[in-house]
Ligand binder design. Structure first.
Ligand code: ADP
Ligand code: MG
Length: 370
């Protein structure tokens, strides 16, 4: 059981000191499952590799259990890493692959045997121990790679996109298995992925990164419902959050969000002091697809947040239908509706926004302001 602390960690590469991780700060609690998520190239792997000791830290400090590890060689950090490519030894049996690390460390044979069998049982690969890697499926091979990490009983697991090579169905299944395993073993884990669904479903907390900079560290619920900026709001969730450009106005002590085409009243609860300074100014409204409605009952409840659009096209997603609706010049929103409703292209559609769920963003900085 271990905690991890990143304290103002920076990474630069090459002579021109190109920064790829900028002022990274994070405390990971014992037994926590942390997911680092962000677009490709945002510095996730570099962060993980600095913790593992595979990459120098340009500036700042990393601690494992209050021990500074900056200058500790990788093998002394007691970390096990699992990568996207499982890198199994093709000529060794599964048993030997799992045992390999322990053999190197001259662990007694009987102990190795116990550890390998225990891991194989947990991962349900007991029946494959005599096989060679090529005789296993991708998912089974990834389990062997996990087995190799487990038998070392490390302080920390690091996983770098371990499921990226698997097909969609297996990926979903392995997600659950990794979480179960991690809870069962109680090993502090940092998991890297570019896949927001993986992050949302797996993390106790999620670290969203962009361009080397941590954007937000929070629970999945808060990342989804209270994103700190437009980047987080649009990176997480499928379909991505809708953004509507407009301005804020005030009329007889009520606040309105206005575009050229429509005007929506903000509920009393939204007349918050931090929105006051946007009155008469541009602001961006953010609303998720499930918080726009086409139901009469919602129109009746919120008559001052109803507006019109033109249906462009729909996507049937099984349990939901996503409709794309033009609500201004070059401005579309996507709305999640019940698939029993059908619309023709170019059909007029009435919409209502649940303004209690609306978020507001500064149009210049992208910061969420309410
Ligand atoms: P991610 O894992 O989020 O996709 P990486 O941490 O691998 O991103 O890379 C972050 C940035 O650092 C990228 O722009 C990448 O090109 C750069 N980078 C990674 N490794 C090196 C290296 N050895 N030398 C120079 N630049 C590198
Ligand atoms: Mg990477």
């Amino acid at each position: 059981m271990s905690s991890i602390l990143f304290n103002h960690v920076n990474k630069t590469y090459g002579k021109d000191k190109k920064p790829v991780v900028k002022d990274f700060n994070l405390r990971v609690e014992e037994k926590e499952f942390i997911v680092l998520v962000g677009p490709s190239g945002c510095g996730k792997s570099t962060t993980l590799r600095m913790l593992a000791g595979l990459e120098d830290i340009s500036d700042g400090e990393i601690f494992i259990n209050d021990q500074k590890v900056n200058d500790l060689p990788p093998k002394n950090r007691d970390i096990a890493m699992v990568f996207q490519s499982y890198a199994l030894y093709p000529n060794m049996s599964i048993y030997e692959n799992i045992a390999f690390g322990l053999r190197l460390r001259k662990v007694p044979k009987s102990e190795i045997d116990l550890a390998v069998k225990r891991a194989a049982r947990v991962l349900e690969i007991e029946n494959y121990l005599d096989r060679k890697p090529r005789q296993l499926s991708g998912g089974q091979r990834q389990r062997v790679a996990l087995g190799r990490a487990i038998v070392r009983e490390p302080k920390v697991f690091l996983m770098d996109e371990p499921l990226s090579n698997l097909d969609a169905k297996l990926r979903v299944q392995m997600r659950t298995e990794i979480i179960r395993l991690q809870k069962q073993l109680g090993v502090t884990t940092i998991y890297v992925t570019h896949d927001q669904t993986e992050a949302m479903t797996m993390g106790d907390r999620i670290v969203v990164m962009n361009d080397g900079i941590v954007q937000q560290v929070d629970t999945p619920e808060r990342i989804y419902n209270a994103p700190v900026n437009r980047f987080v709001a649009s990176f997480v969730g499928s379909p991505p959050m809708n953004f509507i450009e407009g301005k804020l106005s005030e009329d007889t002590h009520r606040l309105y969000f206005e575009t050229r085409r429509f005007k929506l009243e903000l509920p009393g609860g939204k007349v918050l002091p931090h929105l006051q300074r946007y009155i008469g100014k541009s602001i961006t409204l953010g609303i998720r697809a499930e918080n726009i409605s086409i139901e009469q009952i919602v129109f009746d409840a919120y008559p001052n947040s109803v507006f019109q659009g033109i249906h462009r096209f729909s996507e049937l997603m099984g349990a939901d239908r996503f409709i794309y609706v033009q609500i201004g010049n070059e401005q579309d929103v996507v709305v999640r509706i019940n698939p029993r409703y059908h619309f023709q292209p170019q059909q007029q559609i009435k919409l209502a926004i649940d303004m209690n769920k609306a978020l507001f963003f500064d149009p210049n900085s992208g910061v969420c302001v309410g």
